[in-house]
Design a protein around this ligand. Structure first.
Ligand SMILES: N[C@@H](CCC(=O)N[C@@H](CS)C(=O)NCC(=O)O)C(=O)O
Length: 233
């Protein structure tokens, strides 16, 4: 299988660089520093993975981080939990939770911050007031609830000496969750009130494949922190 990943530094596609490192697969990494169009003139989504099977003529093009993770891990039969294992239901839940429930709230927080920043200053107070009301009335309580649920879940695992979302086994659900969790560590000022989440992020950082992927993916902690910190104001 030949793999080529289109990647944008500090974006959600960092998770696929990490996944490829965890799976120890050979891949070609194409880094785009600006938004790029694909060969049909449409904006290239990050991540986009091009897959060529050894015996196949056709090249597959896969987007959506969670779809790419599922495809590669099922093909490799790694970083997954099987239906006959005890934690299978947890695996099903958390592999979808990151992008279906958690990320949309953070993305909305980012959108409102960008709108407020880009509104002409004379009328900026309108978008700032709108952003503040939506954050206070909906997004902040929602994210707080989501962080609390995750913290409680990881605390229960920790009490059983288990680090990861599905218990003992590190799976691609952990890889998917990392991006929104790391973003919320900067976007949510009270993140330190969730010790199990702080500890979980530390455990992730201690993985050699994670560290290797940061370097290969040209990750900048400072840029990422600034990008998400503006949403906390
Ligand atoms: N749910 C998608 C989101 C992909 C996405 O929107 N990626 C952004 C970077 S974080 C992107 O490609 N933006 C460029 C664009 O939309 O033109 C995934 O996780 O793969």
């Amino acid at each position: 299988m030949k793999l080529k990943l289109h990647h944008h530094p500090n974006s959600r596609s960092q998770r696929i660089v990490w996944l490829l490192e965890e799976l120890q697969l050979d891949y070609q990494l194409e880094i785009h520093s600006t938004h790029t169009k694909n060969e049909n003139g449409q904006p290239l989504k990050f991540p986009t993975l091009l897959i060529q099977d050894n015996d196949a003529q056709n090249q597959l093009r896969l987007t959506e981080t969670s779809a790419i993770a599922e495809y590669l891990c099922q093909k490799q039969q790694k970083l997954i939990i099987y239906p006959n294992q005890q934690d299978y239901w947890n695996f099903c839940f958390y592999q979808h939770y990151a992008d279906a429930s958690f990320m949309p709230n953070l993305a909305l927080k980012q959108v409102f911050s960008q709108i407020a920043q880009q509104t002409p200053w004379l009328v900026r107070f309108v978008s700032i007031a709108f952003k503040a009301a939506f954050n206070k009335g909906y997004l902040n309580p929602e994210i707080q609830t989501q962080l609390q649920i995750l913290n409680t879940h990881l605390e229960k695992n920790h009490a059983k000496n288990q680090i990861w979302l599905t218990g003992e086994d590190f799976t691609y659900a952990d890889i998917l969750l990392w991006f929104p969790l790391q973003a919320s560590a900067y976007a949510y000022p009270d993140f330190a009130h969730y010790p199990a989440l702080v500890n979980y992020l530390q455990q992730i950082k201690s993985r050699p494949a994670f560290q290797a992927s940061l370097q290969k993916g040209q990750w900048s902690t400072d840029l990422f922190q600034n990008y998400w910190q503006i949403t906390s104001k």
